[in-house]
Write a protein that binds this ligand. Structure first.
Ligand code: COA
Length: 239
């Protein structure tokens, strides 16, 4: 299908802590009718050689994504975020509403506190912290998939996992959700142990125009563990 005939809206996807745009490969493959642009955050994937400042908040990441969208001349997109990416997407929905016509939050939350031990380990021994995070993130039945994901990951710039988790830990939009008017699809794996369904229910209850979909047999990486289930929910929601 040529890009001229693709359905709207354009979908822009933001990955989570220590990951890169490839976390969306399986989901994007299920949605060939849409133009889907999976971005790398500074210091990740194709931007590993351009990490930016040593400390970046969710606001800073939102500014970087805004700049990249301006560079590509895209607006009114369906902004999709996973974990840290969902925090960035929520921030952008409030701060740059003209860029975001719809929101899709995967494994998200209005606050994303991080286990202090994990944060400390991300600073001291990031590879070991990343494995702990991945092991906890995938559902118990998907541990083989977790190992493959971990082994195939692209290294980030040094310090990125800690920078990302610190940004999550400081993130709190619990009292700002009323400022978000965009239609929002909240998707979380029923077995998500990092951002449990409680966080998704809170989002769905406090956003004005939200639909909640809990995905059975999936954990925090629902877009990898159950891509077709999310694609089906998206197709239904996007009409
Ligand atoms: N949506 C709805 N409720 C939330 C929430 C969210 N996004 N974030 C926290 N809460 C709730 C908690 O469930 C808790 O409710 P309770 O008092 O009824 O138990 C309350 O708000 C306070 O939680 P929190 O701010 O997280 O502080 P805490 O001291 O209770 O717990 C952690 C801190 C780190 C132990 C906890 O947040 C946790 O286990 N996090 C998940 C693990 C992790 O590291 N995830 C990585 C995310 S990127």
């Amino acid at each position: 299908m040529s890009s001229a005939r693709k359905a709207s809206p354009t979908i822009v996807l933001l990955h989570g802590s220590g990951d890169d745009a490839h976390v969306w490969d399986a989901l994007v493959a299920c949605l060939p009718q849409y133009t889907a642009i999976a971005l790398d955050l500074p210091g990740h994937g194709s931007l590993t050689s351009r990490p930016g400042p040593a400390i970046m908040s969710v606001d800073d990441y939102a500014g970087a994504v805004r700049a990249e969208m301006a560079r590509r001349a895209i607006e009114h997109v369906c902004l999709v975020g996973h974990s840290l990416g969902s925090a960035i997407a929520l921030r952008m929905a409030v701060d740059y509403p003209a860029l975001v016509s719809r929101l899709l939050l995967v494994g998200g939350g209005a606050r994303l506190r991080v286990l202090p031990a994990l944060l400390a380990e991300a600073k001291a021994t990031p590879d070991s912290a990343k494995w702990q995070l991945v092991e906890m993130a995938f559902a118990p039945a998907h541990q083989q998939q977790a190992r493959e994901f971990f082994e195939q990951r692209t290294p980030t710039a040094p310090g990125m996992l800690h920078r990302d988790l610190a940004a999550c830990d400081a993130f709190d939009m619990m009292s700002e959700l009323g400022h978000i008017a965009q239609p929002t699809l909240v998707v979380t794996g029923e077995e998500d142990r990092l951002t449990p369904p409680k966080y998704a229910r809170f989002l769905a209850e406090h956003l004005d125009n939200a639909r909640l979909v809990l995905i059975p047999n999936a954990g925090h990486y629902a877009q990898i563990e159950a891509p077709e289930a999310i694609a089906e929910a998206m197709r239904d929601w996007l009409g």
